[in-house]
Design a protein around this ligand. Sequence first.
Ligand code: PXL
Length: 277
Amino acid sequence: MTRILTVQDISCVGQCSLTVALPIVSACGIETAVLPTAVLSTHTAFRPGYTFRDLTDDILPISDHWRKEEIYFDAVYTGYLGSKRQVDLILTLVDRHLAPGGKLIVDPAMADGGKLYAGFPEDFPRDMARLVAAADIILPNITEAALMTGLPFRTEYDEGYILELLRRLNAIGAKTVVLTGVSFSPDKLGVAVYDGEADAVRYYFTDKEPRMSHGTGDVYASAFTGAFMNGFDVYESAAIAADYTVRTIRATIGDDAHWYGVNFEKELRYLVERIGK
Ligand code: PXL
């Protein structure tokens, strides 16, 4: 059985990060080990007052123990980090515990809508870019891509802007980029899948839902990882994850109390069947 490690925070309430990644990747039939980067009472889009326990100092002792136990993973999938220092620690983890031929998948979860999430220092994208440089596959949104490459964040753009973002991310070192939240028309939203070696972009679009949703980046990256670790190629995995994510958004429409996340549980059956598990 394939085993991955996912490294991201536990937001106790809020349907993001580990509370999304663990059920989604597991449902795809992949053993999912976890390494929490921080524990928060809720994610940071809730009102100020949430707790935040940084777990940076636990990472190396955990890895030291794993090293004694000779524990290796077929992929390491990272998301929201608890501190800048975690970048170097994760690079050490990858060095020690990623099996030969294993993939580092990085979702540089730190920003959306043109802004960093609450709590991150302005220069955090520079540190995240060092993790991106080591990755096989990255899954940024346009805000994260703009912050890491120094290009201005734009809400109106053309294929030229998207290609420039992709090429600059590739220049940082990311071999394959799945750029999320790309839209060239009011009714379609999708992803740009970039193969750095071929300098080639392929797009995949779904119908755009008129609802801004928290946590969908994590739902997307988790479904992508689940599909990819089942042998689908990057483009197929990107498309499966897009179809699943849009269904989770639709499953949440009308549920106004559910502003903080999406009902990803309701569509797990779809994802599992689509993957053929
Ligand atoms: O969904 C991304 C995410 C993950 N973890 C925490 C967050 C957010 C987005 O706001 O605050 C703690």
